[in-house]
Design a protein around this ligand. Sequence first.
Ligand code: GLN
Length: 184
Amino acid sequence: MRVAVLALQGAFAEHEQMMQRLGVETFQVRQRKDWDQPKDGLIIPGGESTTQSKLLHDLGLFDVIKKDIENGLPVFGTCAGLILLSPMHLGTMDIDVCRNAYGRQLGSFYTEAPMKGVGEKVPMTFIRAPYINNVFGKDCEALATVDGHIVAARQGNQLVTAFHPELNDDLRIHKMFVGVMVKG
Ligand code: GLN
């Protein structure tokens, strides 16, 4: 199994390490030609969603990635990656997102909460994170909430978290994504 990691900007190296620990091969997507390599899924990391989106357009990656996700390619988006999959950018996922939702004062924090399909006490590191106001469409399911706000969701081949699971030593969410890639 082989996963593409979008490596234009942000926290991509940590995702690669998590996947490698699970025995999954990774490669970085930095330019259009990288995208043509065989792959079982894509990880869109945290970082800055506006910058990542602009780079995707400039590099000619935006439309090919959108088309492949719409055709069922498994994708895992964390934080800025969640924003990129929302109607604000790629628009492949039926989620209504509030960006920088926790404000400047409470920009970054850590908590633990249950996540459906993952388990109890899942470590959640939030860094100037968004949250999901609402999931719409019957296929999109909220998987975790913190303080009444949705912070993880799944819609078929698409999995998102508002927090950064790659920054904690807990492989369960990455393992869940491997499950999405295996089952298709
Ligand atoms: N605040 C960032 C954005 O809006 C996301 C932060 C993150 O990915 N850690 O893109």
